[in-house]
Design a binder for this molecule. Structure first.
Ligand SMILES: Cc1ncc(COP(=O)(O)O)c(C=O)c1O
Length: 303
């Protein structure tokens, strides 16, 4: 497998081990930072690499920087060129995961809004281990962050304190992963992925007001499902107890891709096997991200 040798910091490519951030930056002391996780997939037929939904990732990052009152706004074309250069410099021979991190470089007081620094790392990432077997989830006793405290639609690094506590509790309790509920007890999302379930033939996902990240993969699934079936995904509130009525369930995200869920709170989801709609969605998703079907939406950016 290829290795990450080169990293991008503030527009400069450099050896991976040489990127540096001072421990007293706001990025470190107050987690004044945002990030995006992206993937560039290798088309198995042509060997070309293309970044999936780069424009949407940069749009979300810029919206987050606005909410967090960062000084500086990225030029998306400059970032596109830099990310393409980063990928090429690492000479990958398989799919690439990109972590783009933006932070306040100032040292000292909390309310500073700049200067803004950024790094991007490209690394290999194996397929998540539960993609073929399905995972067991436990509903967490930690609540999902709420919009008026630490807005989950902003992909701020600070939000991952909540996600990490949830993930660690799930592991301690013997689950593969967790689902979080909103403070009012409705299903929200997993620590690093969004949730979908099938019930009586309908594909359902918590609506955007359920304290979720505005996930790009969630939007991709909604779009691809509509195109493949002619039916809309139902976006609504989901009660905790409705989880146990699901016939199928899966998680989705850039890193996680599409992961079947076969057990929740130790109860089988449906018959406890990976469902047909989930498998179908995995297939359509991989054909789309790898460029094996025509890119009608302009989702693939060449490197
Ligand atoms: C909390 C959370 N929800 C959902 C997702 C999925 O988002 P996306 O599809 O944009 O990668 C992520 C991805 O990292 C996440 O951290």
């Amino acid at each position: 497998m290829w290795q990450a040798n080169i990293i991008l910091q503030n527009g400069q490519l450099m050896p991976y081990a040489e990127a540096k951030v001072h421990p007293m930056t706001l990025g470190m002391t107050y987690a004044t930072a945002l990030f995006e996780g992206l993937r560039a997939y290798r088309n198995p037929v042509t060997g070309e690499f293309k970044i999936f939904r780069l424009a949407e990732h940069l749009k979300r990052l810029q919206a987050g920087m606005k909410v967090m009152r960062f000084d500086h706004v990225f030029d998306p074309e400059k970032i596109r060129q830099e990310l393409a250069g980063l990928i090429r410099a690492n000479e990958p021979d398989d799919d690439v995961y990109i972590r783009l991190l933006v932070y306040i470089e100032a040292l000292g007081l909390m309310a500073q809004t700049g200067p803004v620094g950024y790094t991007a790392a490209a690394s290999p990432r194996e397929r998540p281990k539960f993609a073929d077997t399905g995972m067991s989830l436990g509903v967490s006793s930690w609540s999902r962050l709420s919009d008026n405290a630490s807005p989950p639609r902003v992909k701020a690094t600070a939000n991952y304190h909540n996600a990490r506590l949830t993930q660690l509790q799930a592991k301690a309790d013997g689950y593969d992963g967790a689902l979080m509920l909103t403070p009012s007890g409705k299903v929200s999302e997993a620590p690093i992925a969004c949730f979908f379930m099938v019930r009586d033939g309908k594909l359902i996902t918590p609506h955007i007001g359920s304290n979720i990240l505005e996930s790009i993969t969630r939007d991709t699934v909604i779009t691809l499902y509509q195109e493949a079936t002619g039916r809309a995904v139902v976006e609504r509130e989901i009660d905790r107890s409705e989880l146990y009525f699901a016939d199928e369930a899966f998680l989705c995200g850039t890193g996680q891709e599409i992961i079947p869920v076969v057990q929740i709170d130790r109860l089988p989801v449906g018959d406890g096997k990976i469902g047909e709609q989930t498998r179908q969605m995995q297939k359509i998703y991989f054909e789309t991200v790898r460029g094996l079907t025509p890119d009608h939406h302009g989702w693939l950016t060449p490197v």
